[in-house]
Write a protein that binds this ligand. Sequence first.
Ligand code: HEC
Length: 198
Amino acid sequence: MKSLATWGGACLAIGLIAGTTFWGISSWKAQTEKPFMLSPETVASYLHAVIEAQRTVYTTNVVDTLQSKGIHAEEHWKQQKALPLPAQMILDGGRLVAEKGLGFKYRLASNTPIYVWNSPATDFERTGLEVVSKNPDKPFTGFVRVGRDRFFQAIYADRAVSQACVACHNAHLNSPKKDYQLNDVMGGIIITIPVTEP
Ligand code: HEC
């Protein structure tokens, strides 16, 4: 009687384990077979987080640290054996990414740029930079068409987070704006993601 009960218990346990495993595998299969979709807003927010984090890490861990050892970030860093400006890190990184031909692009831009190549390229970008300068807490987003291709663009405000941003831009000979103040929006990070036709 006792051994029958033990066998019964063992069978029940095996059945439960097998059942749970099967349920686990089938629900895992169902999950992996589900098409995995991310909205372009989400993709842009991930990319923006990476771009911004890289600049912050470069600024704090490299520029700020080496400044105390007498090595500075300068615009003409190659000639002056100095460090590239954080803005140049973003712009140069963006150029390298563009060369990959993925259709995905990012850059720094402004409606009052130091250099014309950092001006908005389209009305959408001009409007976006204008909107985020007044409402910097959320990106300006939308779909644009270039010829036959369709893109999603997200423009994130770029703020004067330190006095160094303000001082350098206000003093730069090329800058059309000389009255930036701390926390002002100085421009934006424009992220462009190719999207397939619906
Ligand atoms: C030492 C000078 C210097 C400092 C400090 C500096 N910038 Fe700039 N910034 C520049 C230069 C020069 C460019 C243009 C680089 C290029 O196009 O090659 C630029 C470009 C930009 C642009 C693109 C539009 C434009 O003006 O051409 C933005 C936006 C920008 N900087 C924001 C900032 C912010 C925000 C900070 C602080 C976190 C900052 N900058 C710190 C010199 C500086």
